[in-house]
Design a protein around this ligand. Sequence first.
Ligand SMILES: *[C@@H]1O[C@H](CO)[C@@H](O)[C@H](O)[C@H]1NC(C)=O
Ligand SMILES: *[C@@H]1O[C@H](CO)[C@@H](O)[C@H](O)[C@H]1NC(C)=O
Ligand SMILES: *[C@@H]1O[C@H](CO)[C@@H](O)[C@H](O)[C@H]1NC(C)=O
Ligand SMILES: *[C@@H]1O[C@H](CO)[C@@H](O)[C@H](O)[C@H]1NC(C)=O
Ligand SMILES: *[C@@H]1O[C@H](CO)[C@@H](O)[C@H](O)[C@H]1NC(C)=O
Ligand SMILES: *[C@@H]1O[C@H](CO)[C@@H](O)[C@H](O)[C@H]1NC(C)=O
Ligand SMILES: *[C@@H]1O[C@H](CO)[C@@H](O)[C@H](O)[C@H]1NC(C)=O
Ligand SMILES: *[C@@H]1O[C@H](CO)[C@@H](O)[C@H](O)[C@H]1NC(C)=O
Ligand SMILES: *[C@@H]1O[C@H](CO)[C@@H](O)[C@H](O)[C@H]1NC(C)=O
Length: 894
Amino acid sequence: MRALCLLLVLMLHLSWGFSHLCLPHQRAALLQFKHSFLTDCRQWYGSNGYPKTDSWNKSIDCCSWDGVECDKLTGHVIRIDLSGGCLAGNFLANNSLLFHLHGLERLNIAYNEFDGAIPSELFTQLVSLTHLNLSFSGFSGQVPYQISRLSRLVSLDLSCYAFPFNYTFDGRGFDMLVTNLTKLRHLVLDHVDMSDVAATSFLNLSWSLEHLSLHNCQLHGEFPSHVFQLPNLKHVDLSRNANLRGDLTKINWSNGLELLDLSFCGFRGSIPPSFGNLTRIVSIGLSRNWLRGQIPDVFGNLSKLTSLRYSSCNLSGPVPDSMFDLVNLSELYLSSNNLVGVIKSDMLSKLESLEILDLSGNSLLSLSTSGNDVNYSFPRLASVSFSSCSIRQFPSFFRTSKLKYLYLSNNMISGGISKWESEGWEELLVLNLSRNFLTSFEQFPGKRLESLDLHSNLLHGPSLSSWLNLSTPNQQFLKEFVISENKLTGNVPGSICSWNELLILDLSRNRLSGTIPECLGNFSQALSFVDLQMNNLSGKIPDSFANASYLMQLFLNDNRLEGSVPPSLANSISLEILNLGNNKLTDRFPDWLASLPSLQILILTSNSFHGPLPHSVASTNFSALRMIDLSGNEFTGPLPTKLFQNLRAMTATGKPKLGLAPLTVFSLAGVRYGSEDYHTSVNVTTKRLELELTKTLDIFVSMDLSNNRFSGQIPEEVGQLVSLQMLNFSHNNFTGPIPASFGNLVALESLDLSSNKLNGMIPSQMSKLTFLEVLNLSGNNLVGPIPHGNQFDTFDNDSYSGNLGLCGLPLSKQCINSREAEPPAPLVVEHEASKIPFFWKLVMMGYGSGVILGLSLGYIVFVTGRPWWLVRMVERDLQYKFTKWIQRIKPKRN
Ligand SMILES: *[C@@H]1O[C@H](CO)[C@@H](O)[C@H](O)[C@H]1NC(C)=O
Ligand SMILES: *[C@@H]1O[C@H](CO)[C@@H](O)[C@H](O)[C@H]1NC(C)=O
Ligand SMILES: *[C@@H]1O[C@H](CO)[C@@H](O)[C@H](O)[C@H]1NC(C)=O
Ligand SMILES: *[C@@H]1O[C@H](CO)[C@@H](O)[C@H](O)[C@H]1NC(C)=O
Ligand SMILES: *[C@@H]1O[C@H](CO)[C@@H](O)[C@H](O)[C@H]1NC(C)=O
Ligand SMILES: *[C@@H]1O[C@H](CO)[C@@H](O)[C@H](O)[C@H]1NC(C)=O
Ligand SMILES: *[C@@H]1O[C@H](CO)[C@@H](O)[C@H](O)[C@H]1NC(C)=O
Ligand SMILES: *[C@@H]1O[C@H](CO)[C@@H](O)[C@H](O)[C@H]1NC(C)=O
Ligand SMILES: *[C@@H]1O[C@H](CO)[C@@H](O)[C@H](O)[C@H]1NC(C)=O
């Protein structure tokens, strides 16, 4: 009987399947829907999208249209899947008839380009929906609270792009959703802004829940541990909610868990041994949480585990043995912990499925090899990171056919790497052995190496030539070659010219001698970074830069180079840094460099450059320049005023807009060039110290013309370079007064005008320079009283020595002249609110003007009036002491 019934139903189905036609009003609704949008496949879905609605054609049954499915019995449209359908336009503009398809159960319009808000009609009209997918659909704004009407919903996907957040959920709306959608099994809200949702709201999640994904939702607060116990839960992703908290040790885990990702959250506690009961788990991510303790040795039953990510979790103790029995494990991340012990090659050899192994940043973890190592094969291993551990021996057993990336920097690997050890490595793209104790390296490993970093080792002798003079076909793919800070001798072989894909060449800080190969500027069109500084290179700089249009940084300083600056450098339109300091160059000022639109840092210090600076430079020239060091040359003549009018990057207030372009480049294969610990640096002399700028190099603004024979007056225009942090004109032949415009150099921290022939008085305007830490005016012919106020009350005698005409504090010589002879000292200092020096603000905030008024006892009066702070100092001596006191409590600026 039962069977007969079934047969009947089946027959009915079949007959409908062949004969039924799409209901006319539904066809009309769908066609109207189709026509209210444009189709445009260029944007979102790339090659995967295609205009599904193009095939919707009146003369074909609408139930067989692409993406449309009807109920076999009733003919009602029950499913629409237009994901990646290239639709663009506004849903509401044409009062869509789509909302009339009340029988619709599944709607997927993911990956389209609808604009405007999510239409609430979707939720008020399509009440039969069980599956709704609006991910990456282009909608934005608040998720309408009517969504909680969809009480039959089983699956909801609102995930979208990370930035800016496309959807937001308000707390109440989400609470209503959670209470009413009791059938939910899949809830995917990645990148939805849920900062208004309380973590406790998740307490009421449906018991049916299987899949919860809340990646990067701005969640905060204590996540209810109850959720992890939901009986059907398989997949939980709460990653990248840095303020979401919880205590791992207090959680009972649902045994059916297959994926758990809590990376980049704020969970605390230790890794619970109960993980050992998650026998179905495939992926665990806990990286970057506030954990502690050891990793429990409970991996025995986790045979399905393929991905384990415990990086940056503050874990200690050994890597548990049972972890090495995970035959399906394909990625293991344990970096940046405090793990200890020795990983033996035979232990690793059991991880047959391993593709990615990252154990870097465990300074007490080492790796040991054994005689059998040649027999191990890691059939899938592609990336091994063991940087910053305590490995003592080069692990040649990783030499498998698939390995692409091997990072071993900052270990204790000593001795040499033999020719034998360099063989194999068929696919190796990146080898980083920097910061070890290698003494020799016989040949380049692999056949298609793209990046080799050997900096900071003990390599010595003329190895460079010997590697390069070996046959070079295995080096033709090289894009990055870094071997700085070794003790290499010999010359830079011309065969380097065959590396025609090179981007980064760093041979600096060695003992290389001889001349630079003629090909330097043109052997690789892509060349971006060349650092040969601090060697013994001699001869001329090759004039071969005609096509070096990608060159961004060129360091040839601290060698023995002669001759002139090669004119072809004028073609390096990307050049940002040119450092030719400390050589024996004998050119005139290379004014043609002025046309380089990106040149930010120009260093010609300590050479024999001579002659005057050019008077005629076009107005767009040197517009990006913000650090210029011409010190220690033989330049003569007066400073051309035109030059200072052009230095746009120095006149802009605040930070210069141009930072240096990052050196890091990614290849098509995803290889990252530009080592992580690589920082461009430039030395400047400021505040009487030679400093190596690395991190602040992006924003430093300085001009050093010291130790030349410049003469004439200092142009008033120098005062326009208001971004200057350091200015050094010392040891020249400047005459005349210090321009009053120096009072505008509000960012100045170090000013050296010593050993010139400057005369006149020190302009009182300079007391406005509230960041000035070091001032040197010694060895001039300045006269009159030293200004008071602000920083001027902190300098001592050294700043003024050798100016016999100066008087007043801090000098012991008193000003005997009558009051008129004094400069208009800043008895009343007025500041715009934004320019008020930091320490004044500190005093105001810390003590309040009322207190200060009380303290003043009639001597110091602070009057506040928006937006002005009026600071009036009455008695000189008290003012001096008071500023000294403030100076002591003023925090140091970085
Ligand atoms: C509304 O629909 C009509 C045809 O039905 C179409 O021509 C028009 O472009 C649509 N408007 C919008 C804004 O989608
Ligand atoms: C619709 O289909 C008919 C028959 O298959 C075809 O002749 C016609 O060109 C199609 N129309 C469109 C707009 O694709
Ligand atoms: C909850 O769902 C029912 C339908 O099952 C609906 O009538 C009601 O309005 C919904 N409640 C809210 C708050 O949306
Ligand atoms: C939503 O649709 C997209 C595109 O078809 C798909 O990748 C995603 O898995 C769907 N979401 C859910 C929860 O099924
Ligand atoms: C939504 O996402 C798109 C694509 O990323 C973006 O252009 C748009 O600004 C976003 N809208 C909102 C309101 O965040
Ligand atoms: C959970 O739902 C119940 C009613 O079903 C309600 O009383 C309670 O406030 C809800 N809790 C949260 C945290 O929303
Ligand atoms: C694992 O599960 C078993 C049986 O359900 C239980 O007895 C044991 O305590 C659990 N282990 C841990 C560490 O939770
Ligand atoms: C820069 O200064 C640092 C110390 O401040 C020094 O170690 C380094 O060698 C200097 N670099 C050059 C190129 O002179
Ligand atoms: C300095 O300038 C004066 C003229 O102002 C000149 O006589 C003298 O030779 C110059 N000294 C040097 C070292 O250039």
